[in-house]
Write a protein that binds this ligand. Structure first.
Ligand code: IPM
Ligand code: MG
Length: 351
């Protein structure tokens, strides 16, 4: 099994190193090759997604990704900015299905910004469409209007086939869980959402055993903090999913805990923590590596067909949390405060 490892920027290299430690401890036949991406790609090759990095990602069975983003490069033209690397990988590899689980580990319920009784036992899966919508819709740009004023514009668009395939992923996921799917849109205002809702409803006829609900995105944002326990699987478009998944992550206590999988039609995927490169804490050895370690577990489950190994990693993470190991982002009084390396080593030792 060939794995492309793209650590990226900021805390990316530190947290990916811990995930690799954990993967190596499993002693699976993995062939691991690293390549620069994001700001690191720009420094190495003048391109956030160097052609050699893209080629490696295409040739691999799975991709383990750290994070991209570096304030040093924020002033570059858009095509050279670090974020273009992850957008390019998603598009080039057809990674249309983004799975973002938000689970509250019992030990961390008190680290949430919400009261423990509201978040304890929480287990939501956000299925975010990842290669369409206003992120990629053309035309987009900044133009001069007739009055000489500048105007920025983007295009929100979804084709039926794009909605149908992400809906199927979400229905299938719900079937393996509590059988409840909530489709989120803005159908009271947007034509794109109107079509989205029609297509999801039509697809639901193939899943009569599941419960489908539609919800407007503003209401969903509110319901997520009011009563998050009502959700099982949420399916939504690229932009709404970006926003709602950050919100859902905070319910769990730390964005540093949440993994994600971005899959293509055949199950090949890119696996990354949902947090960013956190340049403010990069190099201090304090970043939480658990989201990346759990992303590696998702990689074992979804792309490498090793659910047994995935479960071992997840159990080891749960165990270190039970034993009280905490990085700064999830620390509460009385726990064992550890840095990035100690946390990674603790998980690896429990495999
Ligand atoms: C995410 C990130 C990206 C996105 C950025 C870095 C382009 O916020 O993965 O959620 O907007 O999709
Ligand atoms: Mg985001």
């Amino acid at each position: 099994m060939k794995i492309a490892v793209l650590p990226g920027d900021g805390i990316g290299p530190e947290i990916v190193a811990q995930a690799l430690l954990v993967l190596r401890r499993l002693a699976l036949p993995l062939e691991i090759e690293q390549a620069p991406v994001g700001g690191a790609g720009y420094l190495a090759a003048g391109d956030p997604l160097p052609p050699s990095t893209l080629a490696l990602a295409k040739a691999a069975d799975a991709i383990l990704f750290g994070a991209v983003g570096d304030p040093r490069f924020d002033r570059l033209e858009r095509a050279k900015r670090p974020e273009q690397a992850i957008l390019g990988l998603r598009k080039e590899l057809g990674l249309f299905a983004n799975l973002r689980p938000a689970q509250v580990h019992a030990e961390l319920a008190s680290a949430s910004a919400l009261r423990p009784e509201i978040v304890s036992g929480l287990d939501i899966l956000i299925v975010r469409e990842l290669t369409g919508d206003i992120y990629f819709g053309e035309p987009k740009g900044i133009r001069r209007t007739q009055t000489g004023e500048r105007e920025g514009f983007d295009t929100m668009r979804y084709r039926e086939s794009e909605v149908r395939r992400i809906a199927r992923v979400a229905f299938e996921a719900a079937r393996k869980r509590k059988r409840k799917l909530c489709s989120v849109d803005k159908a009271n205002v947007l034509e794109t959402s109107q079509l989205w809702r029609e297509v999801v409803s039509a697809e639901a006829k193939n899943y009569p055993d599941l419960e489908l609900q539609h919800m407007y995105v503003d209401n969903c944002a509110m319901q997520l903090v009011r009563n998050p326990g009502q959700f099982d699987v949420i399916v939504t478009g690229n932009l709404f999913g970006d926003i709602l998944s950050d919100e859902a992550s905070m319910l769990t206590g730390s964005i540093g805990m949440l993994p994600s999988a971005s899959l293509d039609a055949s199950g090949k995927g890119l696996f990354e923590p949902i947090h960013g490169s956190a340049p403010d804490i990069a190099g201090h050895g304090v970043a939480n590596p658990l989201a990346t370690i759990l992303s590696a577990a998702m990689m074992l489950r979804y792309s490498l067909a090793r659910p047994d190994a995935a479960a071992r990693v997840e159990r080891a993470v749960a165990q270190v949390l039970r034993e009280g190991y905490r990085t700064a982002d999830i620390y509460t009084a009385g726990a064992k405060k550890v840095g990035t390396d100690e946390m990674g080593a603790a998980v690896a030792a429990r495999l």
